[in-house]
Ligand binder design. Structure first.
Ligand code: NAD
Length: 278
């Protein structure tokens, strides 16, 4: 563990008030990292930061910022530079899906109402999902990586998804946007390779979160829905993951433990991506 020293580093976590990224911020604070929690939801960001600072006695600030608005990120950067110092680690965590880019049926046979199929998807939904997941990774990287280039050191960790390797039914835009995140991770890794900035991604497996609970668990019975059963049946470890289970990989990628690792997307998925179903 000689290369494992994160103490005193500064990390920016976009979407840092969310379920996964607030846990990621916590795992960094545990290791002495000063954290800037950036989120559209200012109160929630401040709340996460205040809890981290209180519990781990490490400076943490919560700031309102929109990953699609360069000026708001530059404003946040000024405050971070002043209060915490130059940024060493960027976690591009803000992301998600939209119902407007989700079909109602998994596979069509032509007898359905077209609005339940691919033909009912809204282009605005695609725009929203591509913007948030793809541009929402590009813009913060532009803002926070420029100092990393000057400092000749930095780590960028993008948050991908299982749907990036093989698409999941229904979520057409979200799957293709996360595939773009993987591709961009590789592109950036090569582009930055001579500047000592490493760019990698984590692809979380299936977690039960507030966003997807209604799709996976029947509210009335508490039993798995058919989609929930399919997920568990296709996860060799036969369970959902937890946000905490992503943090070992995060800390590995954030630290010099992974000094020679760049351009990879690591699945943390209970075996889902390795399993053919047979
Ligand atoms: P979440 O909804 O709990 O958190 C997302 C956070 O991002 C929210 O706090 C939201 O306010 C913030 N946000 C949204 N738009 C923003 C914007 N434009 N600018 C700044 N902040 C914004 O989501 P989560 O489930 O914790 O997901 C976090 C990341 O992990 C996302 O990239 C998601 O795609 C990915 N992911 C989630 C799962 C899962 O099962 N939950 C699985 C795989 C990947």
């Amino acid at each position: 563990m000689d290369n494992f020293n994160l103490t005193g580093k500064v990390a920016v976590i976009t979407g840092g008030a969310g379920i996964i990224c607030s846990e990621m911020a916590r795992s960094l604070a545990v290791h002495g990292v000063k954290t800037a929690i950036l989120d559209l939801n200012k109160d929630a960001a401040e709340n996460v930061a205040a809890k981290l600072e209180k519990k781990y006695k490490i400076p943490s600030i919560g700031l309102s910022a929109n990953v699609l608005d360069k000026a708001s990120l530059e404003g946040a950067k000024e405050i971070i530079d002043k209060k915490l110092g130059s940024v060493n680690i960027l976690i591009n965590g803000a992301g998600g899906n939209s119902p407007a880019a989700t079909t109602n049926v998994e596979q069509m046979d032509g007898s359905e109402d077209p609005s339940d199929t691919f033909f009912g998807l809204k282009i605005e939904g695609f725009d929203k999902v591509f913007d948030l997941n793809v541009k929402g990774t590009i813009i913060p990287t532009m803002v926070f990586a420029s100092d990393m280039v000057k400092n000749k050191s930095g780590v960028i960790i993008n948050i991908s998804s299982m749907n990036s390797y093989r698409p999941l039914t229904k979520i057409a835009a979200y799957s293709s946007a996360k595939a773009a995140v993987n591709n961009l991770t590789q592109w950036l890794a090569v582009h930055f390779s001579k500047t000592n900035i490493r760019v990698n991604a984590i692809a979380p497996g299936f977690l039960l979160t507030n966003q997807n609970r209604f799709l996976l668990i029947d509210e009335k019975t508490g039993e798995s829905t058919p989609r929930g059963r399919k997920i568990i049946n296709n996860t060799p470890m036969e369970r959902y993951g937890t946000p905490e289970e992503l943090t070992g990989t995060l800390v590995y990628l954030a630290s010099d433990l992974s000094k020679f690792v760049t351009g990879v997307v690591i699945p943390v998925d209970g075996g889902f991506s390795a399993y053919s179903g047979v």
